[in-house]
Design a protein. Structure first.
Length: 82
């Protein structure tokens, strides 16, 4: 299940957003779904989502969009990216 950027962008600063995100993730876990959070741009968001056991994270925190030839040249083993 993808957790949309519109939910992620205000965490952890906004309490209401955090409440909604926590419950969405909890429900997804109970349903046995894999959770992908998109739009992670800041370290505090990454830490917050990691503490909630999100399975995968996407966002500018890791990489900005780039041409395919640049992606193919990346050594993703350096920082243990999966």
């Amino acid at each position: 299940m993808k957790l949309d950027y519109s939910f992620v962008k205000k965490i952890p600063k906004d309490i209401r957003s955090g409440f909604v995100v926590e419950h969405i993730i909890s429900l997804a876990h109970k349903l046995g779904l894999i959770i992908v959070a998109e739009g992670v741009e800041e370290a505090d968001q990454l830490l917050y989502l990691g503490n909630l056991k999100v399975d995968m994270i996407q966002g500018f925190f890791f990489f900005k969009p780039m041409p395919l030839d640049e992606v193919c040249q990346l050594d993703l083993t350096v920082n243990n990216y999966k």
